[in-house]
Unconditional design. Structure first.
Length: 588
């Protein structure tokens, strides 16, 4: 467990992160049945340092890549749809090197990349997607549709990470009948606080890297802003909680507005992304809004789905695996009116099944109506029957030693499939006033070798749930908790509390003869905290380091059961309808 804050990494490391999330999409050979990727009909030409005036007098600066005549190199005649991206990263440099823009321009799109307010060449004060920046997005859409030379008035929104989140804010802030006819918000989800920034209420690698490192990623103006965010959170201020700062930047709150504005959205994530869970929840939010259901609820069994809202989750990390041809097909479908299979699919979730390395297509999230509960039992057992006798196990929070408890299921003779959200309901007390319990799920083969599947945690001071946003299965089992992260509610020493832990969802095939293992720990293994971006609870705040120490007692048995709640289906339940390999075979 790291007690000190992470030092700011060199500019070279910051540039590497920016490059990873703004790089050209993967040029895969994916073909959807009934649709062929367009050939590069055009060349491309870049106009750099285009100035766009905002309504408050601030000037934003960007670059525009146009389709060009291959013979002359001059801008092609005619009008084209525009792909707009709002980019904060390394925006002191132009887009003249091609990349994403060149790929789309060569296929008949104008690509406009604009530096966000307070970044690179753009003027104004940096605000990390604040309300003024969200208004900028609206004004940029109208500029792209009505003032940009060569535009045909139709706009698509494009980009990953920060560039994906700005799409959501822009599309939600627009009115009906806007020029935006499609969006592809990759590497983004419903909530920045609850997954990428704070895991179970504890700061992650991502928030610890992003804000101190923001000067190298974006610029000096952003660095001043980021330093304030971190300093405020460290002393228990608003940014340490899901308070005013994060709530004004909650993408899920815009889902119903985007659906009302009739803007199709293709989400793109990975099982090692920093938006794995919340991207899938954003899919559910879109589908719920489309069906007239509560945005933050779970989808119901048999719910009708719309092909206008789709998601791809692959074997990738943040900013990786984005297939250029599938993105092109998405925009051709909705911006150019192509009658592709994407327009008609009734299985809009395209998921890489870990363990079999195949792609499956489905529609509902969650995917399992009735969960299988495994009870913590004596001698490290996980059983489907509740233990009759009472018992306790203990963990210590005493850095640097990592205290842990391990529980195992019997072997699955015929194998099994994990599919969707996972949770743990742990009854526990502490000798102090707070605690952090981390639950890690492993696949254990016949020889005893363990492979980590997923993880989640919860700080005890955030044990209170928002019931209306917590998901339950048909039997009332809490399968996707939604804790209140608005304030610390300190624990009473020795008094048991229910910790409902959100564990990142997976689609994972458990081979015949394998078993599942759950390890409970009181602190994050430091070896997991080395990545620049991650979702581990690596950097407790000063208040948490002061209140986490103590002996944690975990209860099991009659009247005090602790469970792991698993979305289990039979082995081989999902057919590999999406093919195999690094990318899905198509989104039809």
């Amino acid at each position: 467990m790291r007690r000190s804050r992470r030092t700011i990494l060199p500019v070279a490391a910051a540039l590497a992160v920016a490059a990873a999330i703004t790089a050209a999409p993967t040029l895969a050979s994916t073909k959807n049945a009934g649709w062929e990727p367009e050939k590069a009909t055009y060349g491309d030409v870049t106009v750099t340092d285009v100035h766009i005036a905002m309504s408050d007098g601030v000037t934003l600066v960007g670059d525009v890549i146009y389709p060009a005549d291959k013979d002359t190199g001059n801008r092609a005649t005619g009008r084209f749809p525009v792909l707009l991206t709002q980019n904060p990263y390394v925006c002191s440099l132009s887009e003249a090197n091609g990349g994403d823009g060149a790929f789309f321009a060569d296929r008949g799109y104008i690509y406009a990349s604009v530096c966000v307010r307070g970044a690179g060449r753009s003027g104004g004060k940096f605000g990390f997607m604040d309300r003024r920046a969200q208004l900028d997005g609206v004004e940029l859409v109208h500029w792209a549709a009505h003032e940009l030379p060569g535009s045909n008035g139709v706009v698509g929104l494009y980009g990953c990470s920060y560039l994906g989140l700005t799409q959501i804010f822009t599309a939600g802030a627009l009115g009906r009948h806007s020029p935006v006819k499609a969006m592809a918000p990759s590497c983004a989800g419903t909530d920045m606080y609850r997954e990428s920034g704070y895991s179970g209420g504890v700061p992650t690698e991502s928030v610890e890297y992003m804000f101190p490192g923001i000067a190298g990623l974006i610029g000096a103006r952003a660095g001043v802003f980021g330093a304030k965010v971190i300093a405020t959170g460290e002393v228990g201020g608003d940014t340490a909680y899901d308070g005013t700062f994060w709530r004004s930047r909650t993408p899920g709150d815009y889902a119903a507005k985007i659906v009302r504005n009739h803007i199709p959205a293709l989400l793109w994530s990975g099982w090692d992304d920093i938006f794995t869970r919340t991207s899938e929840e954003m899919y559910a939010a879109f589908q719920n809004a489309s069906a007239g259901r509560p945005v933050y609820g779970s989808m119901k069994v048999g719910q009708e789905v719309s092909p206008r809202y789709q998601i791809v989750v692959g074997p990738w990390g943040h900013g990786q695996g984005i297939d250029a041809n599938l993105q092109l097909e998405w925009f051709d479908t909705w911006l150019k009116g192509a009658d592709t299979p994407m327009r008609h699919t009734q299985a809009p979730m395209h998921l890489y099944q870990l363990g079999t390395n195949t792609w499956v297509n489905t529609s509902e999230f969650p995917m399992v109506d009735r969960y299988t509960q495994y009870y913590l039992g004596g001698s490290g057992a996980l059983t489907t029957s509740a233990p009759a006798s009472k018992g306790t196990d203990t963990l210590q929070f005493a850095p640097p030693q990592v205290s842990s408890l391990t529980y195992n299921t019997p072997a699955f003779k015929d194998g099994a499939t994990l599919a969707g959200p996972i949770s743990a309901s742990i009854r526990a007390s502490t000798t102090g006033t707070n605690m952090d319990v981390i639950a890690t799920l492993y696949d254990v083969d016949k020889d005893g070798a363990a492979t980590q599947i997923t993880q989640g945690n919860l700080a005890g001071s955030f044990a209170s749930l928002v019931k209306s946003r917590t998901w339950y299965d048909a039997n009332g089992v809490d399968v996707r908790p939604y804790p209140r992260f608005d304030a610390d509610r300190w624990l009473t020493p020795g008094k048991p509390v229910q910790l409902d832990i959100t564990i990142s969802p997976r689609v994972y095939s458990v081979a015949p003869g394998h078993s599942l293992r759950v390890t409970l720990t009181s602190m994050q293994d430091e070896s997991k905290c080395g990545a620049l971006l991650g979702v581990h609870p690596c950097f407790p705040t000063a208040n948490q380091l002061r209140t986490f120490p103590g002996t944690y007692t975990l209860f099991r048995g009659d009247g005090q059961q602790s469970t792991i709640n698993l979305p289990l289906l039979p082995f081989g339940f999902f057919k590999p309808t999406g093919g195999n390999g690094a990318e899905p075979a198509g989104l039809g």
